[in-house]
Design a protein around this ligand. Structure first.
Ligand SMILES: *[C@@H]1O[C@H](CO)[C@@H](O)[C@H](O)[C@H]1NC(C)=O
Ligand SMILES: *[C@@H]1O[C@H](CO)[C@@H](O)[C@H](O)[C@H]1NC(C)=O
Ligand SMILES: *[C@@H]1O[C@H](CO)[C@@H](O)[C@H](O)[C@H]1NC(C)=O
Ligand SMILES: *[C@@H]1O[C@H](CO)[C@@H](O)[C@H](O)[C@H]1NC(C)=O
Ligand SMILES: *[C@@H]1O[C@H](CO)[C@@H](O)[C@H](O)[C@H]1NC(C)=O
Length: 787
């Protein structure tokens, strides 16, 4: 059959959640409701083109408008107006509007943003019993939160940012038991935060900035899932909030927090973003903040922190932003902040530091100020203990530009990934309507993690390729360019015009679908871009001429030149071997790749049936995961991924819960091969090695070395080896739920890497050449998380 290239389909990144084969012609009554909505909203620009005969369900989603149908009714409606929309005219009635909306009873996702809506939010919204995500940001709603909303038992995200809501938050919020995101930024809510918030066990994101809340923050220490807490610009305090150690982002800026930062913050091992600026904190600066394991953003400016800073203070090299300005610091700026400061912003003006620049005050000034706020300088004792003494404060000017908190994305994705797993055990990828939506929602809100952005660095933008281009690159898919055929279709090596080496995966479709039906897969694939993943570069559709349905899909990936991880660790014929430090780094890379697959995209991808031969090394020996479980394959190619990793055969028969832990098991197998340097090809080999591993944990150093690859363990610290062995053993536990999380794995591996680094340093420095066995890296010592 003659074929042609489809019209280069522009990649619609917001194509979300289209159920293949389920989109139906809408019942005409629902179409009439949409027409009515259009009328009531005074024909906003985003609805231009809506007519009676429009096929709403099958229209291309746009950033300003999405309608998603399931079977015969509308399940998602997103209408997004222009940024600075004015209020709708006087004859607008929010009551009639909501009366119309509730005639769409199956709505799960309702997003009405920047439409000029005004009035109090009507109670009858409660008739949308299926509602899971409600976003009414950037309108002119006033009044309090209606009780009706509190009866929506399935509500997962309630987003009312940028309105004129006021009054107190209702205590009934606590009854929304599956609420994951509660965001009420930029309103005029006042009073204290309701105590019932502490019962929202699923809460991941609580964003209440720019309101008038006052009083103490309720005790959130039991909210184990809370990862983002944004309280900026309220009047909360004076006690530092009590939160669980899983917090990732904490913004207390511009409040009335006064008492110092409690010791417990030390245990916040995932904390990346901490902003306590513009409060009234007094007392010694907890210098451990600079060296917390995950910290990348630290703003303590415009408080009255005291203390002497030292050049040799440790700090986390990943810090991207540090603002120490306008406090009462004396001493010198830690050199770790100044050295190697690629892309790093460090500010420390208006203290009493010895920098020689004019913004600093004389140290006597800071000392007097410190006395004035009632803190006595215990000069010598503190110098020894925490290396801290005193300083001064002049309140600095306030920068309005608020860096939007990272991580929410990861956070919610993780939650959603779990959800998907529970609800839909069989399909490998499930386009749950609201799942996709939330990802979009949060990326809209620019909740994009710094790590994610950095992750894709160095890759050209994702794009559509033409078939000619791919034919040229692979010399017409010449056999000499053929790399192999597997569950993932045929694979060809190729070189683009600009010299870039690529790997092209060619997939034949089984069923006839239009390109549009693939767009949501493509959207997902376009996000598979990460430092530790063999990343996607683009795609190309080849279509049948007769009905333009897709005949083949080409997926273009980066080409990773340095062979498989196995060839670097356990291949007997290979002369190249990774040393211990490189092996830990490779394991970290694989774990990060898995973490990205689970949480970096929505829906998360697992299980991935990973094997050591699926891990490739690039020219810098950076480990990249390839052959992950591409959603497109499973669903449209009628395959199940095809790999049989050891875990998958063992576990596919058991329950389908904890699917993400299957990957942990497979990771354990890879790690075992990394440690032992022995290829593991069968279950019996695995079991023997695992038992040896287990025995070696409790026995001695010598026994551990006997498990480890002799080629590397001559030069590895015992503590480092032991840490890796322990985590490996945990990954291989029988019961999936007992296996560690990816975060715990990363944490342990990074710890092992640091011990090894420090050990090497000590080893080469010590005069007799013997390792200093008691060495422990200072910056991690106090913060090993509980499992
Ligand atoms: C509001 O009034 C304008 C004219 O003043 C009219 O065009 C519009 O249709 C009215 N809207 C509604 C919802 O009645
Ligand atoms: C659309 O439908 C409404 C009611 O069903 C009708 O009043 C209106 O004339 C129709 N408009 C067009 C352009 O067909
Ligand atoms: C909230 O207000 C701040 C400034 O006060 C502004 O920068 C931000 O864009 C607003 N956010 C929303 C969602 O309205
Ligand atoms: C603080 O919040 C109030 C609303 O409560 C807002 O009007 C004001 O602009 C905010 N200030 C800053 C600096 O964002
Ligand atoms: C650091 O803090 C000071 C004092 O609050 C402020 O004036 C300055 O703008 C801040 N710097 C940055 C980059 O935010």
């Amino acid at each position: 059959m003659k074929k042609m290239i489809c019209h280069a389909t522009a990649l619609v990144l917001f194509t979300l959640s289209i159920f293949i084969g389920y989109s139906e012609q809408l019942q005409s009554s629902q179409a009439q409701i949409l027409s009515r909505i259009q009328h009531l909203l005074s024909f906003p620009e985003s609805l231009n083109g809506w007519k009676n005969e429009t096929d709403f369900c099958n229209s291309e989603p746009r950033s300003t408008l999405t309608v998603v149908c399931y079977e015969e009714s509308i399940t998602q409606l997103h209408i997004i107006g222009k940024k600075d929309t004015v209020k709708l005219p006087e004859n607008f009635s929010i009551d009639s509007f909501v009366t119309t909306l509730v005639k769409l009873p199956n709505l799960k996702v309702l997003k009405l943003v920047s439409l000029g809506l005004w009035g109090p939010l009507p109670d009858k919204l409660s008739r949308l019993l299926s509602l899971e995500i409600f976003d009414a940001s950037s309108n002119f709603f006033h009044g309090t939160i209606p009780k009706g909303i509190l009866s929506l038992a399935g509500l997962q995200a309630l987003i009312l940012d940028g309105n004129m809501f006021g009054g107190r938050l209702p205590n009934g919020l606590g009854s929304l038991s599956v609420l994951t995101v509660l965001s009420m930024k930029n309103n005029s809510f006042s009073g204290s935060l309701p105590d019932s918030l502490v019962s929202l066990k699923n809460l991941r994101i609580l964003a209440l900035s720019n309101n008038k809340f006052s009083g103490e923050v309720p005790d959130f220490s039991n909210l184990e899932n809370l990862q983002v807490l944004g309280l900026e610009n309220n009047s909360l305090g004076p006690q530092f909030p009590r939160i669980s150690s899983k917090i990732v982002s904490l913004v207390l800026r511009k409040n009335k927090f006064t008492y110092g930062i409690p010791e417990v913050v030390k245990s916040f091992y995932q904390l990346e973003h901490l902003d306590v600026s513009l409060n009234k904190f007094v007392g010694p600066f907890p210098s451990y903040l600079l060296s917390m394991p995950a910290i990348t953003y630290l703003d303590v400016s415009a408080n009255r922190f005291t203390g002497m800073l030292f050049e040799d203070m440790p700090c986390n090299i990943q810090l991207k932003f540090v603002n120490l300005s306008a406090n009462l610091f004396t001493g010198r700026v830690p050199s770790c902040l100044l050295s190697n400061s690629r892309n790093r912003i460090v500010q420390y003006a208006v203290n009493c530091l010895e920098t020689g620049d004019v913004t600093q005050q004389p140290s006597s000034y800071c000392q007097n100020q410190a006395l004035a706020v009632g803190i006595l300088p215990h000069h010598r004792r503190q110098k020894e203990a925490s290396k801290i003494i005193l300083g001064l404060s002049i309140s600095g000017s306030f920068i309005g530009a608020v860096l939007v908190v990272a991580l929410a994305l990861v956070v919610v994705r993780k939650f959603l990934a779990k959800n998907v797993e529970q609800n839909f055990p069989v399909r490998i990828i499930e386009e749950n309507a609201s799942t996709g939506y939330t990802s979009k929602l949060l990326s809209d809100a620019r909740y994009i993690t710094e790590a994610m952005k950095l992750g894709a660095i160095g890759l050209p933008a994702y794009r559509t390729f033409s078939l000619e281009e791919l034919e040229v690159a692979t010399n017409n898919f010449d056999t000499s360019f053929f790399m192999g055929e597997g569950s993932c279709g045929q694979m060809y090596r190729g070189q683009l015009k600009d010299g870039t080496h690529v790997a092209v995966r060619c997939l034949k479709t089984k069923r006839r679908h239009s390109t549009q039906n693939f767009m949501h897969h493509i959207e997902l694939i376009s996000k598979l871009r990460y430092h530790h993943l063999v990343s996607s570069l683009g795609h190309c559709f080849e279509c049948y001429l007769d009905d333009s349905s897709v005949s083949r899909i080409f997926l273009v990936f980066e080409y990773v030149p340095n062979g498989t991880l196995r060839s670097w660790i356990s291949d007997r014929h290979s002369r190249r071997k990774l040393n211990w430090t490189q092996r830990i780094a490779a394991a970290v890379g694989v774990a990060k790749g898995i973490q990205f697959l689970h949480t970096g995209i929505v829906p998360g991808i697992f299980p991935n049936y990973l094997k050591v031969t699926d891990v490739l090394l690039d020219q810098n020996l950076v480990a990249k995961v390839s052959s992950y479980n591409l959603p497109l394959l499973a669903e449209n190619m009628g395959k199940d991924g095809g790999h049989s990793s050891i875990a998958s055969t063992e576990l596919m028969n058991t329950r389908v819960k904890h699917q993400e832990k299957f990957d942990i098991y497979d990771f354990g197998v890879i790690l075992l091969e990394i440690i032992s340097g022995r290829p593991i090809n069968s279950k019996s080999e695995l079991m023997v090695l695992r038992d040896q591993l287990q025995a070696s944990i409790t026995v001695d150093n010598a026994s551990r070395k006997s498990v480890a690859d002799p080629a590397v363990c001559g030069a590895c610290s015992d503590e480092s080896l032991k840490t890796v062995i322990e985590i490996c053993w945990k990954c291989l536990l029988k019961i999936p739920a007992d296996r560690p999380s990816v975060e715990d794995i990363l944490w342990n591996l990074q710890f092992a890497a640091q011990v090894q680094d420090g050990w090497k340093g000590e080893y080469s420095n010590s005069s007799d050449g013997s390792p200093v066995s008691s060495f422990k890296p200072a910056r991690l010592r106090l913060t090993i998380p509980q499992n």
